[in-house]
Write a protein that binds this ligand. Structure first.
Ligand code: XMP
Length: 513
C-alpha cells in the first residue's frame, strides 16, 4: 500500500478549522486536527507530511496568546499559516505586529507582487475573505511579501528556503473564490503530497489500525442503527469478525417500528448479528414529569449509561467499546467541556464512566457525515441505509416539548411516519438534510364534519444543511406539504393542526429542544 500523506492542522480556535480539514480531504489528502500543545517530536514520530496553522480569535500580541513548540518551525516540513497562523509565524521570525484599530473583515481583492507557485492558476484581483485585527509592520526575517490586500496590507508572506508560507485570508471559505486552488497548490506543488486519500485507503488503514489495537480481545459495538453506526458495524465486522458484538438499546424514543427495522437491516441486509435490549419502559419512567429540555437530555443520557453498564456486566470478557462518533460530535463534546457556551448537551460522545474500564474505539471521529457515507458506499452498503437522515441520540425525546408520555409518543410516531413516507414518495427525501415532526403541547380548535375538535398541533421541520452546524429551512413544494397536512389531520385522531417551521439555524436550532 502507498504511504498516505498526512496533514496536521494545529487548531488555534478558529470557527473555520474543521472546514480546513474537510477542504484538504476534499482534495484527496488526509488531514487531522490537533491542539497547539502538540510537540515537534510528536509531529516527527507520526511522520506528518505538512502542517497548517489555523486562524483563531486571539491576538498574537496578547500575553496568553496560544503558541506552538518553536522547534516545529525547524522541522523542515512545509507549513502554511492562515490568519492567526501567519501572525504566529511572523512573530517567531522577529516580525513586528500591531493590533489595528480597524479590523480587515470581509471581502478583499488580492494583488500579486510577483509570480509565485502558491498562486499558480490564480489571477491577480481574485476575491478573498479576510477576518483579522492584527497587522504586520515589519517583515519577519527571511520572508518576502508576494501579495497584498486591497488596503495594501501584506496578504501572503513566504520563505521558500524554509518552506514556510503564511496567508492573511481564509482559503477554506467559499467567499475566497480560488481558495481550493491555493490550498491545492500548497499541498501538491509546494509540499509535493500525493492525492491518495480515498475511502478505500481509509478502510484499509482503519482495518489494520483496529486489528493492531484490539489483537484477539473482544469489542462491544454500541449501535443506534443510524448511518454512522451501520457503517461502523460493517467496518468492524470486516476487521474483527466474531470478536465484535453489536448491541442495540431500544429507548422507546425511536421512529415508528424503527427498533425492528434497525435489527432487520443489520442482520438481513448487512449480515451482522445484533443483540437487542428493550429498555423503553425504563426510559419513559425516568422521564415522567420532566419538562426541562436539558434535564430530559441528561436523563436520557444517564439512563443510557446505566443500561449500558448493566449490559457490559454480562459481557465481562469485553475490553473495547466501539462508537460511531463523528467529528462534529467531538466538537460538541469539546464545548461541553467548557470552552464555548453549551447550546445542547449531545449525549452520545464519551459519556461512559471510567469505572467501566472499556477502551474506546471511534473509527470516524475525524470525519464528517458525508465522508462516512462515502466509506459506506465503498463498503457496499446500499443507498437506502446510507441516505437516511441524521437522528439525534435522545430521539423523539427532544421532539415533544413538555412532558413525554406514551400517548404523545404514539401520536408523534404516526405523524412522523406520514411525513417521511410522503417525502420519500415525492423524491424530496434525498434533497433535504433532515426532516421530522415535532409534537407541540398545545391544543387548538378545529372542525371536522360538523364536529368541533380540540386537539394537538404538530410542526413539520425540514432543513437543508451540509453538516448540521448551520441550516436553512427547506422550500418543500406546497402540494407535498398540503398532502402531508391532510393525511396527518385525517388519519391521526388527536392532531387537528399542522404548521411548517420556517426558521433557519442560526438563530433557531434544527431540533426544537
Ligand atoms: P441542533 O438541534 O443542535 O442539531 O441544531 C444539529 C444536528 O445534531 C442532531 N442532534 C443530535 N445528535 N445526539 C446526536 O447524536 C444529540 O444529542 C443530538 N442533538 C441534536 C440534530 O438532529 C441535527 O442533525
Amino acid at each position: 500500500m502507498n504511504k498516505i500523506d498526512k496533514v496536521w492542522i494545529i487548531d488555534f480556535g478558529s470557527q473555520y478549522t474543521q472546514l480546513i480539514a474537510r477542504r484538504i480531504r476534499e482534495l484527496s489528502v488526509y488531514s487531522e486536527i490537533v491542539l497547539p500543545d502538540i510537540t515537534a517530536k510528536e509531529i516527527k514520530q507520526k511522520s506528518v507530511s505538512a502542517l497548517v496553522l489555523s486562524g483563531g480569535p486571539a491576538s498574537v500580541i496578547e500575553n496568553k496568546a496560544p503558541d506552538i513548540d518553536k522547534n516545529i518551525l525547524d522541522l523542515d516540513i512545509p507549513i502554511l499559516g492562515i490568519c492567526y497562523g501567519l501572525q504566529l509565524i511572523a512573530r517567531h521570525f522577529d516580525g513586528k505586529i500591531h493590533s489595528g484599530k480597524k479590523r480587515e473583515y470581509g471581502k478583499s481583492k488580492l494583488q500579486f507582487n510577483k509570480n509565485h507557485k502558491l498562486f499558480t492558476g490564480v489571477k491577480s484581483g481574485t476575491q478573498v475573505w479576510m477576518s483579522h485585527g492584527d497587522h504586520i509592520d515589519q517583515l519577519p526575517k527571511g520572508f518576502e511579501i508576494i501579495s497584498e490586500s486591497e488596503n495594501r496590507a501584506p496578504a501572503a508572506l513566504v520563505n521558500d528556503d524554509k518552506k514556510i508560507y503564511g496567508i492573511q485570508f481564509h482559503p477554506e471559505v467559499e467567499h475566497t473564490i480560488d481558495g481550493m486552488t491555493i490550498l491545492d497548490n500548497f499541498l501538491t506543488i509546494i509540499a509535493g503530497l500525493s492525492k491518495n486519500w480515498t475511502p478505500q485507503h481509509f478502510i484499509d488503514n482503519k482495518i489494520s489500525e483496529i486489528r493492531k489495537a484490539v489483537g484477539d480481545k473482544k469489542v462491544l459495538m454500541a449501535l443506534s442503527g443510524g448511518v454512522d453506526s451501520s457503517v461502523m458495524a460493517v467496518l468492524l465486522d470486516r476487521a474483527l469478525g466474531k470478536n465484535c458484538t453489536a448491541v442495540f438499546i431500544n429507548n422507546g424514543l425511536l421512529r415508528l417500528n424503527e427498533d425492528d427495522k434497525v435489527v432487520k437491516q443489520l442482520q438481513d441486509k448487512l449480515n451482522i448479528p445484533v443483540e437487542m435490549h428493550d429498555y423503553s419502559v425504563r426510559f419513559l419512567r425516568a422521564l415522567e414529569g420532566v419538562t426541562d429540555p436539558e434535564e430530559k437530555r441528561k436523563i436520557i443520557g444517564n439512563v443510557f449509561i446505566e443500561v449500558f453498564e448493566k449490559i457490559t456486566e454480562r459481557h465481562q470478557d469485553f475490553d473495547f467499546l466501539a462508537q460511531g462518533t463523528l467529528y462534529p460530535d467531538v466538537i460538541e463534546s469539546r464545548s461541553v467541556k467548557g470552552k464555548s457556551e453549551v447550546i445542547k448537551s449531545h449525549h452520545n460522545v464519551g459519556g461512559l464512566p471510567e469505572r467501566m474500564k472499556l477502551k474506546l474505539i471511534e473509527p470516524f471521529n475525524s470525519l464528517f457525515k458525508d465522508e462516512v457515507r462515502a466509506i459506506g458506499r465503498e463498503l457496499g452498503i446500499n443507498q437506502f441505509i446510507l441516505g437516511r437522515h441524521p437522528f439525534p441520540g435522545p430521539g423523539l425525546g427532544v421532539r415533544i416539548p413538555g412532558e413525554i408520555t406514551q400517548e404523545k409518543l404514539d401520536l408523534l410516531k404516526k405523524a412522523d411516519n406520514i411525513f417521511i413516507k410522503e417525502l420519500r414518495k415525492s423524491g424530496e427525501y434525498d434533497r433535504v438534510w433532515q426532516a421530522f415532526v415535532v409534537l407541540i403541547p398545545v391544543k387548538t380548535v378545529g372542525v371536522m364534519g360538523d364536529q368541533r375538535t380540540y386537539e394537538n398541533v404538530v410542526a413539520l421541520r425540514a432543513v437543508n444543511s451540509s453538516d448540521g452546524m448551520t441550516a436553512d429551512w427547506s422550500k418543500l413544494p406546497a402540494e407535498l406539504l398540503a398532502r402531508v397536512s391532510n393525511r396527518i389531520v385525517n388519519e391521526i385522531q388527536g392532531i387537528n393542526r399542522v404548521v411548517y417551521d420556517i426558521t433557519s439555524k442560526p438563530p433557531g436550532t434544527i431540533e426544537w429542544e
